[in-house]
Write a protein that binds this ligand. Structure first.
Ligand code: SAM
Length: 277
């Protein structure tokens, strides 16, 4: 069977247009809190890990930071380079960063951790490339009872289909929604002062069919989970999704409450002897 990493890679090569069209407007809402958590200033050298179309990197540059972004999807990177032609975007894997030790002041991972095969390796790499005292922060989704778009879709699959589909096994999607688990992985990978907070967001989607399309074509695991259903079940699941989604209709489209979990930690500062020298 394909590895989870290869499965994710294949999906992200294909999902770019739909991701950029529907999801990026939502994931953009966490950029400011993420960069504030990293204390970004004009002196900051920031690495944007799993940068996607590069909107975190671009926001950091607008705050005066110097930035590099990496992503393993060449198609995502092509779009990032087209949108931000002067920025440094490189093809690379979050779990094997090709940067020297201690070369950044801050590492941002906006909605990447829930896509890595070995998220602890990605955090250990973030720790390695940070200078002593540097900061890392990542965002993930809170569970479906708070991030309601996931309840719309997973609730419909539960009602009319099955979540047991043969996808390559990967870490649980909502693993780091649990503050204790996020705190634990930050400490385990060498970070200090872990802090976890929730961010309330609103996903504005033009219509219920647009939300369905965002999931079917613009996600890594949820789309294949839908498309793996029996055809007769998929028909019922799709209409259940449309019905549930229409419950969030507001002025000019859907307004779906979503909650992001923002997690941060700091790499230990150098020893007092080093500081004194
Ligand atoms: C949900 S998107 C987030 C993109 C962007 N950070 C944002 O805020 O919109 C997840 C991104 O993670 C990238 N990705 C997933 N696994 C990766 C890995 N192992 N190494 C590098 N990038 C990875 C995907 O290609 C995709 O661009």
């Amino acid at each position: 069977m394909t590895s989870f990493r290869d499965f994710e890679h294949e999906r992200w090569q294909e999902a770019v247009e739909t991701y950029a069209g529907f999801w990026a407007g939502l994931t953009r809402q966490t950029i400011r809190p993420l960069l504030d958590a990293l204390e970004v200033s004009p002196e900051t050298r920031l690495l944007d890990v799993s940068c996607g179309t590069g909107h975190v990197a671009a926001a950091a540059v607008s705050m005066g930071a110097s930035v590099a972004g990496i992503d393993f999807s060449s198609v995502m990177l092509a779009r990032a380079r087209r949108l931000h032609p002067t920025l440094d975007f490189r093809l690379g894997d979050a779990e094997e960063l090709e940067f020297p030790d201690e070369s950044f002041d801050a590492v941002a991972i906006n909605f990447g951790m829930l896509h890595f095969q070995h998220p602890e390796r990605a955090l250990a790499q973030a720790h390695r490339v940070l200078r002593p005292g540097g900061r890392a922060a990542f965002t993930v989704w809170a569970p479906p009872d708070q991030s309601r778009a996931f309840e719309v879709v997973y609730g419909s699959i539960r009602d009319y289909g099955t979540l047991e589909v043969p996808l390559p096994p990967g870490p649980p999607f909502f693993r780091f929604s649990d503050p204790e688990e996020s705190r634990r992985i930050l400490l385990e990978t060498g970070f200090q002062e872990p802090r976890i907070e929730s961010l309330r967001l609103t996903w504005r989607v033009p219509s219920a069919p647009a939300l369905l399309r965002a999931f079917e074509e613009g996600t890594a695991r949820t789309g294949p989970t839908l498309l793996a259903q029996r055809p007769e079940d998929l028909v019922r699941i799709r209409s259940a999704i449309l019905e549930r989604a229409s419950g969030y209709e507001g002025d000019g489209g859907l307004e779906v409450p979503m909650v992001a979990v923002l997690c941060r930690g700091r790499k230990e500062s150098g020893s007092c002897f080093a500081d004194d020298s």
